[in-house]
Design a protein around this ligand. Structure first.
Ligand code: NAP
Length: 261
């Protein structure tokens, strides 16, 4: 039986993935602050931003670890100008430093098993989403980190894969921290943009769609460096590489940034 550790397995994509993998025969450990409710997952209390908690959680796992899925993440919505610096710090702490904590603790275990690291990025990390800039920033950073990690650990047989989901129906939408939505400077643009994002997320794919892709990646002998989830999003990410930056920036402006001038 293979053993996998998933951060943020108490809800959404992490929960769906944990249950999916458990049903496929994996032993699943879930690291999150809340104890999740799935009986298929062994929960270990852990805030990924706290290095000692990450070390203690890994020390409690008796089996060899075959894969670690860095899934825990949060969203912050609002303009760059108004987002409180504490919220900027928090999203960097969870979405980036949390991953660094887990990877640094997990690598000695994964070197032993020639294991896998799956990092849950986002299509929003491949495209600059206005009024969600700090989220895009952390997910773009995670992409670069994941690729560099893959190169550094490849000689040990450890492979790192970035999985990029598009909009997915989870509690991420309700959990997103939001600041000032409307004022005399940005007008209604912040609100409109966030409302569009929220509508898209609520109409998005079920989290099991991401779980299935993660399972495929875990089974692949030669896994991809990055993989986008969902046909439409794959096309979008591919097209992005073909069009000039100015054009892409304008399209994103029209979709998420304009409308109140
Ligand atoms: N939903 C989407 O549309 C979408 C699209 C692309 C990518 N993603 C990414 O998918 C991942 C999972 O998000 P989701 O959509 O499933 O959202 P979610 O339902 O809100 O789940 C987030 C998970 O992260 C955990 N978490 C948050 N802060 C943590 C911390 N400090 N330490 C440990 N665990 C923490 C939460 O558990 P606790 O609160 O119990 O700690 C929860 O289990 C995130 O990285 C997100 O950026 C989501």
């Amino acid at each position: 039986m293979k053993t996998v550790v998933i951060t943020g397995a108490s809800s959404g994509i992490g929960l769906a993935t944990g249950e999916y993998l458990a049903r496929k025969g994996y032993k699943v450990y879930g690291l999150s602050r809340r104890k999740g409710e799935s009986e298929l997952i062994t929960y270990l209390p852990c805030d990924v931003t706290e290095r000692r908690q990450v070390e203690e959680a890994f020390a409690m796992i008796p089996e060899d670890i075959d894969a670690v899925i860095n899934n825990a993440g949060i969203g912050v919505g609002g303009s760059i100008e108004y987002t409180p610096i504490e919220d900027v710090q928090q999203i960097i702490d969870v979405n980036l430093l949390g991953v660094v904590n887990v990877v640094q603790v997990a690598l000695p275990y994964l070197r032993k098993t020639k294991g896998r690291i799956i990092n849950i990025g986002s299509v929003a990390g491949d495209m600059a989403i206005p009024f969600q800039a700090f989220y895009s920033l952390t997910k773009a950073g995670l992409g670069i980190f994941s690729e560099a990690l893959n190169i550094e650990t490849r000689p040990f047989g450890v492979r790192s894969v970035l999985v990029l989901p598009g909009d997915t129906q989870t509690s991420f939408t309700a959990n997103r921290k939001k600041g000032i939505l409307e004022d005399g400077i940005y007008g209604k643009r912040i609100r409109k943009s966030l409302e569009k994002m929220e509508r898209d997320e609520m109409r998005g794919m079920p989290p099991t769609a991401v779980a299935k892709v993660i399972h495929k990646v875990l089974k692949k002998k030669n896994p991809p460096i990055r993989i986008t989830v969902g046909f439409g999003y794959k096309v979008l990410v591919f097209l992005k590489r073909l069009v000039p930056y100015r054009f892409l920036n304008h399209v994103l402006y029209k979709l998420y940034g304009g409308g109140d001038e």
